[in-house]
Unconditional design. Structure first.
Length: 207
């Protein structure tokens, strides 16, 4: 099975293969491009679409893609690649075959994110002090936080809505980017995690 996954993800570029690799989010316009691509006649046996980081599909884009998954054009293959399947609509998950890979498993640190976002600065420091971060796992944890924020702000059905307190969405992403730069420039990991705890103020606003 892993050999199959590798063969798919390493498909060479060809007129019959469309690879979607988002920098930020995947919106309706990108889904329309996918639909247009799949509607064309393939040069070979089928058209293939690979959507990397599928967790970045916005909710409207997921609904638009769902229609294609329900009634896909003939001779078409669609792959959604994600480490975070719970950010996708249950109706999407019910219409695909899920293939797990050891290379896309969630970090164990992800379980601390909901607790982290509801905590004050003192508790955030305690939560993160209780963990042992290497440079690699710290970078992974920053990715986990970013995906959690993205899913919450884009109304994922399996993530609670997040109303920002203490700064804009852009400020939060800037903080994560700053911490990544610190880690990649060999700054002390503990100091970077403390910096994150002190500045990561995005507790949900209680209605």
């Amino acid at each position: 099975m892993h050999a199959f996954l590798t063969s798919v993800l390493d498909l060479p570029d060809s007129p019959d293969t469309l690879k979607v690799t988002p920098d930020t989010s995947i919106g309706i316009e990108e889904v329309r491009q996918i639909q247009t691509f799949l509607s064309r006649k393939s040069l070979g046996s089928h058209n293939t679409v690979i959507i990397y980081a599928a967790e970045k599909l916005t909710l409207p884009a997921q609904h638009a893609l769902l229609k294609t998954l329900e009634e896909p054009p003939g001779n078409s293959l669609i792959y959604l690649v994600t480490s975070y399947p719970d950010t996708l609509l249950p109706t999407i998950l019910s219409r695909v075959q899920i293939i797990s890979s050891p290379y896309t498993s969630n970090s164990s640190y992800a379980s601390y994110i909901p607790q982290l976002i509801s905590a004050g600065v003192g508790d955030r420091l305690k939560i993160l002090d209780s963990q042992s971060f290497t440079r690699e796992t710290a970078l992974k944890f920053l990715d986990e936080i970013e995906y959690y924020i993205h899913a919450s702000l884009n109304n994922s059905p399996l993530r609670p809505p997040l109303n920002l307190r203490g700064g804009s969405e852009g400020a939060l992403y800037s903080l994560l980017t700053e911490c990544r730069k610190f880690l990649k420039s060999n700054c002390n990991v503990k100091l970077v995690i403390d910096h994150l705890a002190l500045n990561l103020d995005f507790r949900p606003i209680r209605e």
